[in-house]
Design a protein around this ligand. Structure first.
Ligand code: SF4
Length: 293
């Protein structure tokens, strides 16, 4: 198999073969991320994709589900993705589910009609690393789009029947804008129809511009308690009829599962309890031990 640099697979997906179709990230500028800094973006050569499909067909010919990997493989043109779908079906005729990571901007170069064709061919779900729905925050972290773009592109996915995950990055606005980040993100997410809302907590990794800014006093990171308060504010304002997943390390409290709206009150109460009684030093130690996103 051809794999390049950092490999990221969605840990919540069922085990499935990983097919690399792009290398690196088209954007590569988000201030909290170094995952693909040393890997220039390029689509994987079609011959590599075909060789890898032939290899998967040898050891798992009945594969029904594939994760297409790369930082944002959905960036590719409709024509190229369509060609990849046809290759997948040539080698793995039983595949009916292809998922991949995507930036909001990846949807822009495709019409709803084109998205419908990709959906029909098995590209049924994308994982949108949205991070925030607050314009100040999106600009601050150099995400490369605005809240209005999120609404516009998610409407296209809704119309095409492609389901999508949306992620909220807890803590990324820093202390000065924490409340607005939480409330405005919840407001934008709630106008979309994600199948899953996921949340992750900001960790300042070595080499990230945000860590350098924190060292210079230009970015004021939240404490563990403030992170939880922000997450609680986000959840209180969120009205998505979706599943809810959090990477937050709150021991003994399971916030992850289907039916967010049905569980919302319990999640808010659990967060309130951890804010009042949780061991913040332990949470900080867990975050400090993380090595990558
Ligand atoms: S967070 Fe995603 S879009 Fe931003 S630089 Fe990292 S891989 Fe690229």
């Amino acid at each position: 198999m051809h794999y390049t640099g950092t490999l990221y697979r969605n840990p919540y997906e069922p085990p499935s073969p990983l097919l690399e179709i792009t290398q690196g990230c088209t954007h590569n500028k988000c201030k909290f991320c170094t995952m693909y800094r040393d890997v220039p973006f390029r689509p994987s050569p079609i011959e590599w994709v075909e060789e890898d499909l032939a290899e998967i067909a040898e050891y798992a010919p009945d594969t029904r589900r594939l994760q297409l990997i790369g930082a944002d493989p959905f960036c590719m043109s409709f024509e190229r993705l369509d060609r990849i779908c046809d290759l997948v079906h040539k080698y793995l005729p039983r595949v009916d589910t292809m998922t991949m990571a995507a930036r909001v901007t990846n949807v822009m170069n495709k019409s709803v009609e084109e998205l419908k064709i990709l959906r029909e061919k098995g590209m049924v779900e994308v994982n949108l690393g949205v991070e925030s729905g607050d314009d100040w925050t999106l600009e601050r972290i150099e995400k490369g789009y605005r809240a209005s773009d999120i609404l516009e592109q998610c409407r296209k996915l809704d119309e095409a029947g492609i389901s999508y995950w949306m992620t909220f990055l807890n803590g990324v606005a820093g202390r000065s804008h924490s409340h607005e980040h939480a409330v405005n993100s919840a407001k934008i997410f709630s106008q979309c129809h994600p199948s899953v809302v996921g949340t992750g907590g900001l960790t300042l990794f070595p080499g990230t511009p945000l860590l350098e800014e924190a060292r210079r006093g230009e970015f004021d990171p939240l404490s563990e308690k403030e992170m939880l308060i922000e997450l609680k504010t986000f959840v209180e304002n969120l009205a998505c009829d979706s599943a809810f997943i959090t990477h937050h390390t709150i021991s003994g409290v399971n916030l992850t599962g289907p039916d967010f709206l049905g569980r919302k009150e319990k999640i808010v109460a659990a967060l309130g309890s951890v804010i009042s009684n949780g061991d913040m030093d332990r949470l900080a130690a867990i975050r400090g031990s993380k090595r990558n996103l």
